[in-house]
Design a binder for this molecule. Sequence first.
Ligand SMILES: Cc1cc2nc3c(=O)[nH]c(=O)nc-3n(C[C@H](O)[C@H](O)[C@H](O)COP(=O)(O)O)c2cc1C
Length: 313
Amino acid sequence: MNDLTRMLETEFPFLQGGMGNVSHVDLAVSVSEAGGLGTLGAGTLSPSALEKMVKEVRFRTNKPFSINVPLSVHPDVQKILSIAVQHHVPVVSLSAGNPSPYIKMLKKENITVMCVVSNPSQALKAEKAGADVIIAEGFEAAGINANDELTTFTLIPQIASAVQVPVVAAGGIGDGRGFLAALSLGAQGVQLGTRLVATEDAKVHSNYKQAICESDAHSTVITGRPYKKIRRLLKTAYAKQLLEWENNEMSAEEYNQKTNESYHIKGAIEGNLTEGHVNAGQVSSLIEDIPTVSELFKRMMNEARTVSNQLSF
Ligand SMILES: Cc1cc2nc3c(=O)[nH]c(=O)nc-3n(C[C@H](O)[C@H](O)[C@H](O)COP(=O)(O)O)c2cc1C
């Protein structure tokens, strides 16, 4: 147990990242039931779809869970947050935007607030505004990334030294070694994205899971740099096409259109890797199997203990 698990009331310090189109009911319930913090990713959900999912999660588990709200992505943040309040969701994570205007209101309702940041000054601002937990995400991570391009290995110690509240490391973590390293750097827990996509419990297409398992060190790419909207994708035929369009000076509007949710659904849910994109982090190169979430968490805990006992210096 540490401050983080006491605060979140979870068995393990493992958090499911909010993942648009992926962090839905089945995966969130599996993560919470396995002892982590399951998450509903609200970024791609209408308020009514989210409300339905909250009720379903509540019906299927009495363990704590959270809602992730990517602030600059969702068109109706207030409505999404009012659902969290109305249904007494214990934890909310705020990402991709300035969380300050929302923190006080959520805390007044006894909701634990976690803020996803990508540099130390954002972490300090979020802590000052009342955040209970800082999730620091490095550039290894899947999906939309910060333009800072700071790596998890350098980011976590800076933020752990800068703030008093518990820090969670995100980006590049997929096994017990990464978990242990994150703890050594000053984090109290880890947030997983890509590793959870390649589990039995994730309701994504098997082509996506398989492609992660077959990845090597060169299998992810960054798109969107010309538009300052960077996104780490698996290097599929569609991602290569996006890069080619970028090189041929596709406009920002076209980039936004070609990476909108319908293309993500085509890739991640329908498994069409030539006509749609899939998010994946650099950790893909370490992933070789598709366990259940419960197997994964047990394995990560065992591996961290074993590695910790074997360390010598
Ligand atoms: C399919 C997918 C969708 C994602 N969507 C979101 C999102 O809506 N909001 C968010 O804050 N992060 C999002 N992320 C990032 C994850 O929450 C998590 O922080 C990240 O994947 C951690 O890095 P890793 O992939 O190396 O584990 C997404 C990641 C993936 C794989």
